[in-house]
Design a protein around this ligand. Sequence first.
Ligand code: PLP
Length: 477
Amino acid sequence: MDAAEFRQRGKEMVDTVADYLENIQKRPVFPSVQPGYIRELVPESAPETAESWEDLVGDIERVVMPGVTHWHHPQFHAYFPTANSYAALCADMLSDAIGCIGFSWASSPACTELEMVMMDWLGKMLDLPQEFLFCSGGKGGGVIQGTASEATLVALLAARNQTIHREKEANPALTEADIMARMVGYCSDQAHSSVERAGLLGAVKIVKLSSDKKQSLRGETLAQAVQKDKEKGLIPFFVCGTLGTTPSCAFDNIEELGAVCNLEKIWLHIDAAYAGSAFICPEFRYLLSGVQFADSFNFNPHKWLRVTFDCSAMWIKDSSKLVDAFNVDPLYLKHDNQGKVPDYRHWQIPLGRRFRSLKLWFVLRLHGIKGLQEYIRQHVKLAHEFEALVLADERFEIVAEVVLGLVCFRLKGANDINEQLLQRINQDGRIHLVPSKIGNTYFLRFAVCAPYAESKDVQFAWTVLTELATELLKEKK
Ligand SMILES: Cc1ncc(COP(=O)(O)O)c(C=O)c1O
């Protein structure tokens, strides 16, 4: 494809994308294909000679679309949202075209510098403590990671490195292996599986602590675990607090956890993957209370802030701890301005990195803080509308407090009736939900996800749900 053809095909592709998003509600939200379906639709090997654009584009509907789960469909209520906007789509196109790999400042100065400014803009929107921002002139700053899982792993590895140095200084006879074998990190029993996985990848033990009745990890629970582990000769080194847990959008008590961490010199990382976007609204910022104690903080604009995947925003108070942990400096990556600006390769696991800050720049400028706040508020309002419908029907109950855009609910009674209800909902195919469990209680999660979610979508979901629940309950009688 040459530039002339790209001008034409590119414009056609923009139309294809706009048509897809504008008419998404006409498609089934969840596909009905079986595993392996694509093998039967595409040849076994790549074509020897070039094919035509028309043949390729024709295959989008035939091959791809039948197997797509439409995450931006108004009847998609599973997991947490994944963000989308025309602004971010345009920015990604430009990022792909520039196609620079911003591992160091010199590898493409704009890539590093725009990211630094965007992370400061975003940090200010959340009212993060100054120490997390580049503009404070200290050691803090932000970086765009691919995912919240990577951010947790990066934080854990930096904490591990800091602890190994500290222990070796106190006792030079110790080996790294001796120290690592005694290191222990903590999270709540509601934390995302990526925290446990970070422990596995970092070869250190992670202990899941019991959360309270509101699924919140409390300071006292952490303090007791730390005390017990220290008595056993272990070295507590890392805590991951969650703001907006995956099962029920619960909030750990960061004020309490932070006080323990600071006293015990334990690294505190905050995972606010979904909920973090809401902190751009002053009325939700109380949930962030205690962030001043954290060493690192992360949330995913690619979940709820209109920035397409991938864009996971991470801040750290002392970036030298990342650089110390991940610094290898071969000659071919060195440059004259080293040390004056961050070389983001030291802040992450891969070497290569895309120009992702363009997406933030486009979205923040084209939507504005007010536009994004309205977006968050609309989703939260719709979640409360759904909550009211659940509460008004005495057959159902709410399982966890509705704080943001997630409603956890169930039919009163046994788990199996709720399992059957979910099965029927997803077989019916008009709406798509996933379940979760707290302790032994199985429930359904209703997440407000679609970019243009409206009251009528909530009402529609409730109509489908109650129709299927009524049928099920009648059969059971
Ligand atoms: C609280 C929390 N942490 C981490 C993750 C994982 O996010 P990512 O896919 O960005 O690693 C999720 C995903 O939903 C989440 O809810």
